[in-house]
Design a protein around this ligand. Structure first.
Ligand SMILES: [Cu+2]
Length: 135
């Protein structure tokens, strides 16, 4: 058996490989998270109601919705496809499983009672989004 030695070129090669993996992770997973902040609902113009539109097309855009705690929030799911994958959305924090009609907007109103990060997903748990509730 040949003894393994930590030569400078081997260390460099490993470091380069690790850096490349880190780059791939950031590029494909982190950088793809699009964020959007809920805005006051047009009907009131103040923060008695807040609203965020999420485009559903092969995923959720934005993937992260930022909203204020204690203010009723309407999530408008604008579904622009008929793929069976996205025909339901599940918000476990709010006990909601809601069908989304194809090529239509579905409004889901929730009242975020506590700050935190609350995932939502399609009915098969393949598409993922996140509701971030801030104080
Ligand atoms: Cu799915």
């Amino acid at each position: 058996m040949i003894a393994f030695a930590w030569t400078a070129d081997r260390i460099a090669a490993i470091a380069l490989g690790a850096a490349f993996l880190a780059f791939l992770y950031v590029f494909f997973f982190r950088a793809r998270r699009r964020e959007g902040t809920a805005v006051p609902a047009a009907s009131t113009g103040d923060l008695e109601e807040q609203e965020a539109t999420i485009t559903v097309s092969g995923g959720y855009d934005p993937e992260v919705v930022i909203a204020k705690k204690g203010v009723p929030l309407t999530l408008v799911f604008d579904r622009r496809e008929s793929s069976p994958c996205s025909d339901e959305v599940v918000l476990p924090e709010f006990g909601i499983r809601q069908a989304l009609a194809a090529h239509a907007k579905t409004r889901i109103r929730v009242v975020p009672q506590r700050a935190g990060e609350f995932p939502f997903a399609c009915g098969m748990n393949m598409l993922h989004g996140l509701l971030r509730v801030e104080d």
